[in-house]
Ligand binder design. Structure first.
Ligand SMILES: Nc1ncnc2c1ncn2[C@@H]1O[C@H](COP(=O)(O)OP(=O)(O)OC[C@H]2O[C@@H]([n+]3cccc(C(=O)O)c3)[C@H](O)[C@@H]2O)[C@@H](O)[C@H]1O
Ligand SMILES: Nc1ncnc2c1ncn2[C@@H]1O[C@H](COP(=O)(O)OP(=O)(O)OP(=O)(O)O)[C@@H](O)[C@H]1O
Length: 538
């Protein structure tokens, strides 16, 4: 039996677009002589459809698309993921369609409701594991979370399954691929049944789906892995007599370390900009590391013609920053403008002079600089339609080292889940491909240049210390004493934690950004803004 794995990049909610992608893959499967082609979880709606699932009209579109697929009358059977309603309940389902007939409709049993998942809000869990005989092989369908636990596959085995076909929508975080691979391999080995695992690929708001669809032999060996971060189509053969799978093409190269994160960011920008219909993107280029890395990701994602940058100097901007920003723009071949914010800032201060009289200079004036820049970028976005990319990294977003309606003004924050320490690693990695970030941008101490001779380290602990504390507090939920026990100074730990806590309000107003960690701000870490929790640990 020849099984095709169709790893597509769907658009959530665009059932017609998804249907066309599916039809193209069915045609490829026919040409490849496949008996069956497997698609990812909720392929027809895209994953996650969120509250679109509460709309009755979504289900009309899905039913229309399913009947369209049946009318194809294809010789190739297809496993199609889709939401389904029956008796007032909604299920996360996959239908096996062959030659116009519905051979099996499987409903997902285990619904993930942790981390970024919210499936219990929409779906009713099923507890049935039907097996169907297709061309002499007992086939069972299990959907994503079903395979992360032992029981559903065991039940399928007891029901006589000889082959497991699994539609998935498994979002990326750095380091997940081996965890996922080990889990799928274990399911195959425990039951001595081959597992065909098909994931979707692409960016969906904050989530990245990395693809890496795979085929696991009955021994648990991975015989094939599809492309990481791009669409793919592949076939494997199942020999029932020997209970083995063989791949018909070599596995794709899997990335590691910084290269993988870079590609995830590139995919995130490409799909956010593309799927939302923007003609391109723009950003403020300061000569610092964050905007340099954001720019390089944007150009890798969209191409140099679709990206432009603006340097907006003020009296505290060093000539080195202007030179470095120019050099970055030239190295990447993008359009670059310089617009001074001095007269705009002066006008603001002049108009507010009555109110400001007798007050000391403080962050108020710094924030007005940042807001002058934000207003210019949003004006250019309004006029030319390009999306403003913001540049705040995870470390800054964590401690609120960013200005509301200033450098936070924009539509998509590329580095939102990338720590400052990782931003440096990414810059060095990208320069190994071609030198696009001047060396001194990487080596000089980071500065917001909002005050004379300002350095980030005047206000924040050094980034290696800050990132260590943040990782413990944000990603591992460690307590103050746990973090101090790791060797950090208690006063510094308390200060950082306080900043994280009091800046939840900023994060709620921040643009969405790409998730690359197992604990990103947003859906993954939902904290109250108004909270007295920290007071109890004084
Ligand atoms: N709980 C709450 N709910 C709703 N709103 C709340 C709030 N708490 C404060 N606020 C509001 O937020 C305001 C404070 O926020 P905001 O106006 O942003 O200002 P703020 O956080 O005071 O200042 C921005 C900080 O970020 C630094 N910065 C700025 C720009 C770039 C960079 C960089 O290196 O990338 C760093 C800058 O040096 C300064 O330390 C308050 O005045 C108040 O209006
Ligand atoms: N002089 C400037 N010209 C253009 N944009 C600027 C300028 N200064 C700040 N910005 C924008 O605001 C963002 C925040 O910059 P800031 O220098 O305050 O902090 P940062 O986190 O150190 O960022 P970067 O490393 O990019 O400088 C920058 O990434 C950039 O997009």
């Amino acid at each position: 039996m020849r099984i095709a794995l169709a790893q597509n990049n769907y658009i959530v909610g665009d059932v017609q677009y998804n249907l066309n992608l599916i039809k193209n893959s069915v045609q490829k499967a026919e040409e490849a002589g496949a008996d069956i082609v497997v698609f990812s979880e909720l392929a027809l709606s895209g994953y996650p459809p969120e509250d679109l699932l509460l709309r009755p009209d979504l289900f009309g579109l899905i039913e229309g698309a399913l009947s369209d697929l049946q009318q194809l009358n294809s010789n190739v059977a297809m496993v199609i993921g889709h939401p389904r309603q029956e008796g007032g309940k909604t299920y996360n389902s996959a239908s096996l369609i062959h030659k116009g007939a519905l051979l099996l409709c499987y409903d997902k049993q285990l619904l993930p409701n942790y981390s970024v998942f919210d499936e219990k809000r929409y779906f009713t869990p099923a507890n049935d594991c039907p097996v169907v005989n297709f061309k002499g092989v007992n086939v069972s369908i299990l959907i994503c979370e079903d395979l992360w636990f032992t029981e559903p596959a065991q039940v399928a085995k007891l029901a006589g399954a000889e082959l497991i076909l699994s539609p998935n929508a498994s979002p990326y975080y750095y380091g997940k691929a081996p965890v996922r691979g080990e889990e799928m391999s274990r399911r195959a080995r425990e039951n001595s049944i081959p597992v065909i695992y098909v994931n979707q690929v692409g960016g969906q708001d904050e989530l990245i789906f990395d693809g890496c669809s795979s085929a696991y032999d009955s021994s648990g060996d991975c015989v094939f892995t599809a492309a990481e971060m791009s669409e793919d189509f592949a076939c494997v053969d199942f020999d029932k007599a020997t209970n083995h799978l063989s791949a018909l093409q070599p596995s794709s190269k899997q990335w590691d370390d910084e290269e993988e994160i870079w590609q995830a960011l590139v995919l995130g920008v490409k799909d956010y900009v593309g799927k939302n219909g923007f003609p391109g993107a723009l950003l403020g280029l300061s000569g610092g590391i964050d905007s340099a890395v954001t720019l390089a990701v944007a150009v890798d994602a969209l191409g140099k013609e679709k990206v432009n940058a603006v340097m907006m100097p003020f009296k505290y901007t060093s000539s080195m920053s202007i030179e470095d920003a120019k050099e970055e723009a030239e190295a990447l071949g993008i359009d670059f403008d310089i617009i001074s914010i001095e007269p705009i800032y002066d006008a603001f201060i002049q108009q507010m002079s009555g109110q400001l009289e007798g007050t000391e200079l403080d962050t108020t004036e710094q924030n007005i600089q940042a807001r002058c820049r934000g207003t210019i970028l949003m004006g250019l976005s309004n006029k030319f339609g390009r999306l403003v990319l913001t540049t705040g990294n995870k470390s800054e977003v964590a401690v609120g080292y960013c200005t509301l309606y200033g450098d936070m003004a924009g539509g998509f924050d590329v580095l939102k889940d990338v720590s400052k320490t990782m931003v440096y690693k990414l810059a060095k990695y990208r320069n190994t491909i071609s030198q696009v970030i001047p060396e001194r941008v990487i080596t000089r101490p980071p500065s917001a240049e909002l005050a004379p001779d300002q350095k980030d380290e005047d206000n924040l602990p050094p980034y290696d210390i800050l990132d260590g504390i943040l990782e413990a507090y944000v990603e591992h939920d460690s307590s103050i004493s746990d973090i101090v026990a790791l060797g950090y100074d208690e006063d510094v730990v308390r200060r950082v934690i306080r900043l994280v806590d009091i800046n939840e309000h900023k994060r709620r107003q921040a643009p969405p950004g790409i998730r690359i960690s197992a604990r990103a701000f947003g859906r993954d870490r939902r904290y109250p803004i108004t909270s007295g929790f920290g007071r109890q640990f004084k």
